[in-house]
Design a protein. Structure first.
Length: 467
C-alpha cells in the first residue's frame, strides 16, 4: 500500500521538517501488522514527494489473531487484500509515523505547519464498494479536487477488465495537518474490515480528528457509522457530542455572529446576568453549598458561584469538550489560587446516562439546557437528574416562547437559537414541571426572570424543585 504526498511550496524539501522525516534517508518502522517505510522519491527545491509504503504481513496478522482482520480459518486469512489496499492500517501508520504532523505541530517550522500549502496526495489502491461517486462525495465537500481512476487488472490482458479498486488523487491548498486528518478518518471509512477493536477511544479519536470539519460534512452520519463500525452506542455518543458541539458553536469565533444575534435579542435586559443572579440567590436561600451545574457550557454560572465563598464545592458538567475547554479558560483554572481552585471541578459527561458522579449534591442547576435536548433524550435526562442524582434542590431555566413576540428581530415562529429543539409557553413548562414533581416526589415553584410583559410573561422561566 502506497500513500504519497507532494508539495511545490518552495523550498519544497521543508516537507521533511513538517513530517519530521529527513528527505535524504529511507526510514523503516515496525508496527504490529507489518513494516512501514518512509522515503522521498523526489526532493528538490521545486518539488518534494514523500512516500509511505505499508508492507502488511498477513501471516503476522493471523498469528496475532486479536488484531487480525481475517476471519474464518481458511486460506483467505492468508490470501486477502490486506497487504495492498488502503485500510485502517494506513490510519494507524499515519498516527504513528507522522504523529506530530497529524497534530499540526512542527518544532522547526511552526509557521509552515499553520500555513496552507499546495498539496497533492495519492493513494494507490482504495477499496470502495459503493463506487466512485461515494468516494468523491467523501472528499469533494472538503474542498479537494478529486481524481479517481480504476486501473486495469493487467494491461496485457485487457479482457480481464478493470480492477475493483480505485486510485485516488487529492489536490488542495491546505495545511498538512488537515490533509492527514482527512485521510486518517476517511480511509478506514472506505474499508469494511477495520482491523482494530472499536471502543470508546475511537469516539474520542473521531471527535479529535474530525474537529472543524466533520460536523459540517454532508456525509457525517455515514462517516460516523462506518468509522465506528455501526456500533450503535458509540454512534449515539458521537451524535450527541457533535450536536452539543454545534450548540456550543456560539462560543466559537466562527459562529460569533450567531451569538451576537441571540445576545442582541436579549441585550436590553442583559437577561443572562439576571438569570445568573436569580439562580445564585435561589441557591443561597436554600442553603445549597455543594452545587453541580449540569450543561455548564462556557461556565458563566460557575464563575459567579466561584465568587461566593459559601459555595464550597462547585462542579460543572457538560457533554461538550469544547464547552469545557472554554469554561476552563474563562475561569482561569490554571491561575487560580489553590484554595479557590480546590472548590471547583469540571467534568465531561452526558445527562442522558446515569452517572454516579453527579449524585449527592445539595443542588443541581440546568440553565438553558433542556431546550437543547429532543424528546427521547429529555426523558432520559429527567430520570438521570430527578430519580438517580436526586439533589435536594433542582433549578431549571428555559426560554418562555410567548415572550419571543416582543423581539423585533426574530421572525414569528422562529426559535431564539438554531440548536433549540423546542421553546415552551409558560403552560407547557409548568405542565412538564408538575409532571416531573409528581413522578419523582418534588415540590415545584415558578419564578419569572427578566422584565415581565403583562400579557406575555418574562423572557426566561424558572422552575425551582425541592424535596
Ligand atoms: N448553562 C450554560 C449553557 C447553556 S447551552 C449557560 O447558561 O450558559 C446548553 C448546554 O448544554 C451546552 O453547553 C451543551 O453542550 C449542553 N448539553 C447539551 N446536551 C447535553 C447532554 N446530553 N449532556 C450534558 N450537556 C449537554
Amino acid at each position: 500500500m502506497l500513500l504519497t504526498i507532494s508539495t511545490t511550496h518552495q523550498p519544497a524539501t521543508d516537507l521533511g521538517f513538517l513530517l519530521h522525516k529527513n528527505p535524504s534517508q529511507v526510514q523503516s518502522f515496525e508496527l504490529s501488522f507489518g513494516q512501514v517505510h518512509v522515503f522521498y522519491p523526489e526532493a528538490n527545491n521545486e518539488r518534494c514527494t514523500v512516500a509511505m509504503l505499508l508492507d502488511v504481513d498477513p501471516v503476522a496478522l493471523v498469528r496475532g489473531k486479536a488484531e487480525g482482520s481475517a476471519e474464518g480459518g481458511g486460506l483467505d486469512q492468508y490470501v486477502n487484500d490486506r497487504p495492498y489496499v488502503a485500510s485502517s492500517f494506513v490510519s494507524v501508520a499515519i498516527a504513528q509515523v507522522f504523529r506530530s504532523a497529524l497534530s499540526g505541530k512542527s518544532k522547526e517550522k511552526p509557521e509552515l505547519a499553520d500555513a496552507a500549502l499546495p498539496l497533492v496526495a495519492s493513494v494507490s489502491v482504495i477499496p470502495c464498494r459503493a463506487g466512485e461517486d461515494y468516494l468523491r462525495g467523501l472528499f469533494e465537500p472538503l474542498g479537494y479536487e478529486v481524481t479517481v481512476t480504476q486501473p486495469e487488472l493487467d494491461s496485457k490482458f485487457g479482457e480481464w477488465g478493470k480492477s475493483k479498486y480505485y486510485a485516488l488523487t487529492l489536490t488542495k491548498n491546505c495545511k498538512l495537518r488537515e490533509l492527514l486528518t482527512h485521510l486518517y478518518v476517511l480511509l478506514p471509512v472506505l474499508d469494511n474490515d477495520k482491523h482494530y477493536y472499536v471502543g470508546d477511544a475511537e469516539v474520542e479519536k473521531l471527535l479529535r480528528h474530525g474537529e472543524g470539519w466533520l460536523n459540517n460534512h454532508p456525509k457525517k452520519q455515514d462517516i460516523s457509522n462506518k468509522y465506528l463500525k455501526h456500533r450503535h452506542s458509540l454512534v449515539r455518543q458521537i451524535n450527541e457530542r457533535l450536536a452539543a458541539d454545534e450548540s456550543n458553536e456560539d462560543l466559537d469565533a466562527v459562529a460569533e455572529k450567531k451569538e451576537a444575534e441571540e445576545e442582541s435579542l436579549e441585550r436590553k435586559i442583559s437577561l443572562n446576568e439576571r438569570r445568573i443572579g436569580t439562580v445564585v440567590s435561589v441557591l443561597k436561600q436554600n442553603n445549597a453549598h455543594r452545587v453541580v451545574d449540569l450543561g455548564c457550557g462556557g461556565g458563566k454560572l460557575l464563575k459567579a458561584l466561584l465568587e461566593e465563598k459559601e459555595f464550597s464545592e462547585i462542579v460543572g458538567m457538560d457533554v461538550s469538550h469544547r464547552a469545557l475547554e472554554i469554561a476552563h479558560q474563562r475561569l482561569y483554572l490554571d491561575r487560580l489560587p489553590e484554595m479557590k481552585r480546590a472548590r471547583i471541578k469540571l467534568m465531561q459527561g452526558s445527562l442522558t446516562y446515569r452517572d454516579a458522579r453527579i449524585a449527592g449534591y445539595d443542588a443541581a442547576t440546568l440553565i438553558e439546557v433542556i431546550e437543547h435536548l429532543d424528546e427521547p433524550r429529555l426523558s432520559a435526562l429527567e430520570k438521570v437528574v430527578f430519580k438517580f442524582a436526586r439533589p435536594k434542590l433542582v433549578v431549571v431555566t428555559t426560554p418562555n416562547v410567548e415572550y419571543n413576540a416582543t423581539f423585533e428581530n426574530l421572525p414569528a415562529g422562529k426559535l431564539r437559537h438554531r440548536d433549540h429543539r423546542f421553546e415552551w409557553t409558560r403552560n407547557e413548562f409548568q405542565d412538564w414541571s408538575h409532571r416531573i414533581a409528581t413522578t419523582y416526589g418534588y415540590k415545584v415553584q415558578f419564578l419569572p426572570v427578566g422584565d415581565e410583559d403583562p400579557a406575555l410573561g418574562a423572557p426566561t422561566q424558572m422552575g425551582v424543585f425541592t424535596t
